[in-house]
Design a protein around this ligand. Structure first.
Ligand code: IPE
Ligand code: MG
Length: 221
């Protein structure tokens, strides 16, 4: 979800104003995902590297996260949404961790859309923490376990489609392992302007692509 800062700047406002408007795009995209019966929607909200932003922006983003979780809880229930937050929790405040755990617990039985917010996440961090735990288990004699089960996305299918807004064309340390066969979609639209019509267009574009997973066109027919 990129471009909140530029969106705010274009309007002569503070960056946080763009993040707040971006939260509206999150709501709209969740709604469309529910309407379309999409199984999983993952949002890259805050990377490990984002901790290096100015302190007031970091605090603003964390507060916005806490506020959004509390505000959206009734929607999770109403729309049968299973809510998850994944990432390196070590830098999160105790209060935020509590709110996250509570929302995850309360929605864990929901069977509709799984909404995953990646918070304080980086793909390299994920692979490292997985490798460490994998090596420990390997040393203690556990065998035949798939490495993927150690990534924090264990049990969650790899993404079919990755959308990056605001004209940037890079992965910026998101799901490095998991995106091995993901389709990429880039758009100039800034995240606060990315609403249902834009999301629908991305999904339609994705639907018209042929995915071969290394095979030939004839093989997958
Ligand atoms: C949102 O957009 C991404 C977050 C880390 C919350 P940005 O804040 O990166 O917006 P730009 O790139 O400055 O426009
Ligand atoms: Mg950015």
């Amino acid at each position: 979800m990129d471009g909140n800062g530029r969106w705010a700047k274009q309007r002569g406002k503070e960056r946080l104003y763009g993040h707040i408007e971006g939260a509206e795009s999150v709501r709209a995209c969740c709604e469309l995902a529910v309407e379309m019966g999409i199984g999983y929607l993952s949002l890259y909200a805050f990377s490990t590297e984002n901790w290096n932003r100015p302190q007031d922006e970091v605090i603003g983003l964390m507060n916005l996260m806490a506020k959004s979780i509390l505000e959206e809880k009734p929607t999770f229930e109403k729309n049968n949404i299973r809510f998850m937050v994944l990432g390196d929790r070590s830098h999160l405040s105790d209060e935020l961790k509590r709110d996250i755990d509570k929302a995850m617990e309360e929605t864990s039985g929901n069977t509709g859309l799984t909404l995953i917010v990646f918070l304080s996440y980086s793909g390299k961090w994920d692979i490292e923490q997985a490798a460490r735990r994998y090596a420990e288990d390997y040393k203690s004699g556990k065998e035949g376990i798939s490495f993927e089960n150690y990534l924090c996305t264990a049990g969650i299918p790899d993404p079919d489609l990755l959308i990056r807004t605001s004209g940037e064309q890079r992965i910026s340390n998101f799901l490095l392992w998991q995106c091995a066969y993901t389709e990429f979609y880039f758009t100039e639209t800034l995240w606060p302007d990315f609403r249902k019509p834009q999301f629908r267009l991305a999904i339609e574009t994705f639907a018209s692509r042929e995915r071969r997973f290394g095979k030939t066109s004839e093989q997958i027919k």
